[in-house]
Design a protein around this ligand. Structure first.
Ligand code: UDP
Length: 371
């Protein structure tokens, strides 16, 4: 079987730091290839993942562009997808396209009508109601959690092939490092992820907190300064930049509560694995929760608000804690040492290992090709 996996043009695969979808693609592709699938990857030209062929429309990652207004960036996704379609037009040996490009992927591929397509919905399906409410029937879809699909428009939910949970290679690695004192939030700094709540709780309780993640595609304080110090910068008023400035930075005392920017590679794994707990004070219905799954795999108990996919991933009292309010969250944070890291690791190995995800996708590929 030969599959064209479309990761989109935004970040290299695997991503050097932040990158939920790119991490999932980087986890899936080696497993597919081990099982005899030939993979053509469509991604940013900087991608280093071992594949059979790499096709690209851009030599550089386009993630920083993604934050700009729609009328300044819509050409990027379309240029990438035009490259994918040109590839599909030029050959007849692709059995299936596994697409991960939001809206533009299925929109363009349904109009093209080439090989069968499985599109993975990584997003909050309340977005794009016009598109998701009239999703092209020729495109097969899957979600990344049951709760995400439960919120999808009726027709999309009915047409979907179900949910495939996200996986992490950390589930197979059994990384063990000395535990530190800090709690962590790993993720984009933005209102949806709720870092200010974690900061408020930790400041009140006197617990060290490390926030890791980019702000609006900016990976360091210096990069962010370029945006905040220039009132004419196109991202100056971006909601994520304002969120960091207005709601998070007031807690950053450089000691108890720290923002370390985006971290990647072994440094990220070490920082995350040494945390006492991973906090998820989410302010939205998190669709897939890669960072939650990673926390389990590292034996770092996740503690979060009971929303989105969190109740599906976290078994309250066994592999983490779930709270309904900020006050309750603070209470559970004080009890994280009651949770057994081994139980978290076991759960990740059983449910979120790469092979588990890959086997599920191979079943779906078969189903899509047969229909
Ligand atoms: N991440 C990272 N470095 C950071 C912040 C995040 O490597 O500084 C990774 C994180 O470990 C996870 C991904 O980026 O693999 C974020 O995925 P998630 O699904 O949690 O968030 P979203 O895709 O909603 O931004």
């Amino acid at each position: 079987m030969r599959v064209l996996v479309n990761a989109g043009p935004w970040l290299q695969v695997p991503p050097p730091g932040y990158g939920g979808i790119e991490n999932v693609v980087a986890t899936l592709v080696p497993c597919l290839r081990e099982r005899g699938v030939s993979v053509v990857l469509a991604a940013a030209g900087t991608s280093t993942l071992e594949v059979d062929e790499l096709i690209t429309a851009f030599d550089e990652d386009q993630f920083t562009e993604l934050q700009k207004p729609y009328n300044q960036v819509m050409g990027i996704a379309h240029a990438h997808q035009a490259r994918v379609v040109a590839e599909l037009r030029s050959r007849d040996d692709i059995d299936l396209v596994h697409d991960h490009l939001e809206v533009v992927g299925p929109g363009v591929l349904s109009a093209f009508g080439g090989p069968p397509v499985l599109h993975t919905l990584h997003w909050d399906l309340h977005k794009h109601p016009a598109f998701y409410g009239a999703f092209p029937p020729s495109i097969a879809v899957n979600g990344v959690s049951e709760s995400q699909l439960a919120r999808a428009p009726e027709a999309l939910r009915a047409a979907s092939l179900g949910a495939v949970y996200l996986a992490t290679p950390l589930a197979d690695r059994d990384l063990r490092v000395e535990q530190g004192e800090h709690l962590m939030v790993m993720g984009r700094i933005c209102g949806l992820k709720g870092q200010h709540i974690a900061a408020r709780i930790c400041q009140k309780l006197g617990l060290p907190l490390v926030l890791a993640g980019p702000v609006c595609g900016r990976n360091t304080a210096a990069e962010l300064d370029v945006v905040t110090q220039n009132p004419y910068h196109p991202l100056h008023s971006h909601p994520d930049v304002r969120y960091h400035l207005d709601q998070v930075s007031r807690y950053l005392d450089g000691d108890l509560v720290r923002w370390v920017g985006a971290v990647g590679g072994p440094a990220r794994d070490h920082l995350y694995a040494s945390a006492r707990a991973a906090l998820f004070p989410i302010q939205w219905d998190e669709p897939g929760g890669t960072a939650v799954v990673e926390a389990l795999a590292l034996g770092v108990p996740p503690v979060g608000l009971r929303r989105g996919c969190l109740p599906e991933i976290i078994d309250h009292g066994r592999t983490g804690f779930l709270a309904d309010t900020e006050e309750e969250l603070a209470e559970w944070v004080l009890r994280v040492d009651e949770l057994d890291p081994e139980e978290c690791r076991r759960e990740a190995r059983r449910r979120f290992a790469p092979s588990v995800m890959a086997e599920r996708y191979l079943e779906l590929y078969d189903q899509v090709i047969r229909r």
